[in-house]
Design a binder for this molecule. Structure first.
Ligand code: MLT
Length: 435
């Protein structure tokens, strides 16, 4: 049988080390024994931006970036999007299995009973400026939830944890919808538990003076699919933030607010907003070839193409594109779709992009759908944060139950000044002013 070890020879000392391999990895701590002398700290690994470091073991989401595969708990994303509701997928991500029918109803019911937010939290949201960015409102309001549920600090208590999970999944659409209404100067609409999860969200967003809002079933189910696609994506920047802050045992509201803050960045959840900006700049289908040439000359970036882990078509992008067709039957076609499709057609035939393995990612088409549905671009990241709340919570739970995890604390390679001393005589101390 082949030995599952790595033979390392340190040319500084001539010593060799037989390091165990574990699931295709070497434990970074095994390098610490490699020293030039007993005083030496030992070898570390250097990996800015975690390009090749597994920070955890996880059984939630599987990605094969070369083949373009995404699975939640073993189920292909295509099957989940086709056959399941977002809340069932949420249950799957959090508890490992799809819920049986009875459990599914109970679960949806429990989530529904946590959609209301405290009136003081509503007042808190009213305090934002009229033009506050909805994502800033979302992040701040989620963190303010921490002050309403002090028992959430008991992160080791599994029962208490479950309640915070229900609260967060139930309340994030309400907070998102209030942020949206606030940006339009409209009164907030209370949740209505007679609706399903996505329908209720549409109701809170768009109900005006009618006695009963009727969500469009095609749009509600399209949004449900988009929520499934965005629910988790293993150790991305915001999941890593959730785990990092969670590892200090901050409560889930604070940890989740931190994760949402990471998502707000244009390199992460804000990317689909950038795609729309790019399509606006291109303007017409006939403008695509000239834009592609500009990209190739390095004068601008092709937004929505390429991904840190996918070196193939992002499987979510394919489903978003199909969902767009359904949405456009209701809303009419967003003219940007034609530009996007032409861009995709040209780029996928161009060796410049295929050699670099630049394929459309989930952000390429999602903004186009959201815009057709009536959302302004500054809401796009909030629409990402609602379903990703489930993924963050699943990652957080897994972290807390993992006996190997400790507070996250990377090392550094110090590149600053070596020891030096203040010149004597020392510069005169400025006296502290007394008011
Ligand atoms: C995500 O879904 O989180 C994004 O595609 C980013 C990532 O996975 O790195």
């Amino acid at each position: 049988m082949k030995e599952e070890t790595l033979l390392v020879r340190d040319n500084r000392t001539g010593k060799t080390y037989d390091l165990p391999l574990f699931k295709g990895t070497v434990r970074a701590m095994d390098f610490r024994q490699i020293k030039t002398d007993p005083e030496d700290f030992g070898l570390m690994t250097y990996d800015p931006a975690f390009m090749n470091t597994a920070s955890t073991m996880s059984s939630i989401t599987f990605i094969d970036g070369d083949k373009g595969i995404l699975r939640y708990r073993g189920y292909p994303i295509e099957e989940l999007a086709e056959t399941c509701s977002f809340l069932d997928v949420a249950y799957l991500l959090l508890f490992g299995e799809l819920p049986p029918a009875e459990e599914s109803r109970e679960w949806a019911d429990k989530v529904n009973h946590h959609t209301m937010i405290h009136e003081n939290l509503k007042k808190f949201m009213e305090g934002f400026r009229h033009d506050a960015h909805p994502m800033g409102m979302f992040v701040s309001t989620v963190s303010a939830l921490s002050t309403f549920y002090p028992e959430a600090r008991d992160v080791k208590n599994k029962q208490a944890r479950k309640i915070q999970i229900l609260r967060l999944i139930g309340k994030v659409p309400t907070i998102a919808a209030y942020a949206y209404r606030h940006s339009l100067g409209l009164p907030y609409v209370y949740p209505d538990n007679a609706f399903g999860y996505t329908e209720n969200f549409l109701n809170m967003l768009w109900r005006m003076t009618e006695t009963r809002y009727k969500p469009n079933p095609v749009l509600a189910s399209a949004l449900d699919v988009l929520f499934i696609l965005h629910a988790d994506h293993e150790q991305n920047c915001s999941a890593n933030t959730m785990r990092c802050v969670g590892s200090a045992h901050a409560d889930p509201y604070l940890s989740l607010a931190a994760a949402a803050a990471a998502l707000a960045g244009p390199l992460h959840g804000g990317a689909n907003e950038e795609v729309l900006r790019m399509l606006d700049e291109i303007g017409t289908v006939s403008g695509v070839p000239a834009f592609v040439e500009k990209v190739k000359r390095g004068e601008c970036k092709l937004m929505g193409f390429g991904h840190r882990v996918y070196k193939n078509y992002d499987p979510r992008a394919r489903i978003v594109k199909q969902t767009a067709e359904e949405v456009f039957k209701v809303t009419g076609v967003n003219p940007k779709l034609e530009i996007a499709m032409e861009l995709e057609r040209i780029a996928l035939r161009d060796e410049y992009f295929t050699r670099r393995k630049l394929y459309p990612n989930v952000d390429f088409y999602s903004g186009i759908i959201y815009q057709a549905m009536g959302f302004s671009p500054d809401m796009f990241t909030v629409l990402f944060a609602i379903p990703r709340t489930v993924g963050w919570l699943a990652q957080w739970q897994e972290l807390l139950d993992d006996p190997e995890q400790k507070i996250a604390r990377p090392r550094q390679i110090f590149t600053g000044q070596a020891l030096r001393h203040v010149a004597t005589p020392a510069p005169e101390k400025v006296p502290v002013a007394v008011a």
